[in-house]
Design a protein around this ligand. Structure first.
Ligand code: NAD
Length: 282
């Protein structure tokens, strides 16, 4: 039996994941701003540091897996772009960087980061915001997001999930992660009926936008079934899964972007591709 940390363990998909892992006999260290094993506010550097330290002390320096589910939705509000980027991006990458040695200490540890299908279905997310987040400059990211006025929260949400997915894909294949035996992947859900979505549905304008959004399967996803995906991605079955973003979204991404991926490397990027190819070391 293993030891797993689950952020966002007090509600929704994080709660459902923690419940399944515990039912399977694993030890779970839940982290949340609401009641949990470790209560911490992941929207501040001090809160993230407290979460890091408390988990490292509770796990004894070894983690078989981590699930990063704490997150905020695209609720409108002046301070939301800051909160969203702090929790959804820095609340993932700072924790994972600090827990990496504990994950490396386990045998084939698995990490599942919650992304979203907003990464590919919200149009025109500015690359500048993604670059600022990946550079660790949250203030610069928020300054650009504020230019979007009433759409700033929704852009912040899409940007936070896009940046965290890019972070996962770029780090997953490196010596510190794949090379240390850690499988780092992301799960990109569509609209899943959790307290986060229920809050959005309680606002008529947001409810209208959500109900009119194209979902080929129809309806909403179920938190328990998404937790089953997470448990699968933490299992031995996922030993060969590395740097993937798994979409479980009722078909919205495929509906909008069927021709965009998979895609061959374009001719003009061949030199960069060949450099990567020749530079590969196990
Ligand atoms: P939820 O609101 O039910 O759960 C999120 C949890 O994160 C809550 O327990 C909350 O207390 C915690 N959290 C929020 N801010 C925090 C902070 N500052 N510090 C510590 N904990 C904090 O949401 P959910 O729908 O289960 O979402 C889980 C993840 O999935 C999130 O990252 C969300 O962005 C993502 N997601 C959700 C949906 C959806 O439709 N529900 C779709 C795509 C992605």
């Amino acid at each position: 039996m293993g030891t797993y940390v689950v952020t966002g363990s007090a509600s929704g998909m994080g709660w459902a994941t923690a419940a399944r892992l515990r039912a399977n006999g694993h030890t779970v260290i839940g982290v949340d701003i609401q009641p949990a094993d470790v209560v911490a506010d992941l929207s501040t550097p001090a809160g993230r540091r407290a979460a890091v330290d408390a988990v490292l002390s509770a796990c004894g320096g070894r983690l078989d897996g981590a699930v990063l589910a704490a997150g905020l939705g695209p609720t409108p509000g002046r301070e939301q772009p800051t909160l969203i980027t702090e929790v959804n991006y820095f609340g993932v990458v700072e924790l994972l960087q600090a827990w990496q040695p504990a994950l490396a200490a386990a045998d084939r540890a698995k990490v599942v980061v919650f992304s979203s299908n907003s990464t590919t279905t919200i149009p025109a997310i500015p690359g500048r915001v993604i670059r600022a987040l990946l550079d660790g400059d949250g203030e610069k990211a928020v300054r650009t997001l504020r230019l979007f006025g009433p759409a700033a929260s929704s852009m912040a949400y899409g940007a936070s999930k896009l940046a965290v997915s890019r972070w996962v894909r770029s780090r997953a294949v490196t010596r510190n992660w794949a090379g240390a035996g850690i499988r780092l992947n992301a799960l990109a859900p569509g609209a899943i009926l959790t307290p986060l979505l229920e809050k959005q549905l309680s606002t008529p304008a947001e409810a209208k936008a959500i109900h009119s959004f194209p979902v080929p399967i129809g309806g909403f996803g179920d938190a328990g079934k998404l937790a089953d995906w997470v448990v699968f991605m933490l299992s031995d079955a996922a030993d060969f899964l590395c740097g993937s973003v798994v979409f479980v979204d009722g078909g919205s991404d495929a509906y909008f972007r069927a021709g965009d991926w998979p895609k061959s490397v374009p001719f003009w990027r061949l030199p960069a591709y060949l450099r990567r190819f020749r530079g590969f070391k196990q």
